[in-house]
Design a protein around this ligand. Sequence first.
Ligand code: HPA
Length: 228
Amino acid sequence: MRAAILGGTGVYSIEGIQTVEETVETEFGPVVVMKGTGQWEDLYFISRHGTDHSIPPHMINYRANIQALKNLAIDRVLAIYAVGSITDLVPPGEFGLVTQFIDATQGRINSFYNGGKSGLKHTPMDEPYCGDLGSKILASAKKRNLSMAKSGTYLCTNGPRLETPAEIKMYKMWGADHVGMTGATETVLAREAGLHYVAVAYSINWAAGMGDIAKTNERKIWDGFFPN
Ligand code: HPA
């Protein structure tokens, strides 16, 4: 059984695992993947933003990434998203399973079914993430004493700009726990492709206007994300 990790901001390799680089050709374009070696030869890794963090969230070739996983006969995917915290559910520095999303992106190609030859399909999103893989991730986190929220709602913005405090206030009223720029687009395509897809959010900052002033001034827990 083959598995893949899709890493976001700050996740550019898998610690302790030697990989070799491969390019997978897809009908949507080429994708660079890292393939594990030795006992990890069935594990693949894709860095969504490129290994040098050069691909902005609205320019990621999401369809190609998911199609590459399909072409490699991968059926289980762990997605890791960097997020800003809106509620205290997953504060900066912590992890949480993502169990729902709200899609606030615009203008992205977010489906494999775009009419014509590709046809039309309305994929259900009642359960966007694989519950079975979710339980395994939670059990594994518990075994390692890693605190992980059991659920959470991810709000996906278009980016690449960050949000205004007014937007974050609105997203909070909508029920969002954290905010990021990639999760919804990728989840929809993964579900359309029939992958077992589970997502973990790790927070790198308080979202705009959240927390008290001291917290807001200490937003930059991961410097690479914010401009200096
Ligand atoms: N907003 C949007 N995306 C993000 C953030 C944020 O504050 N932090 C990490 N990804």
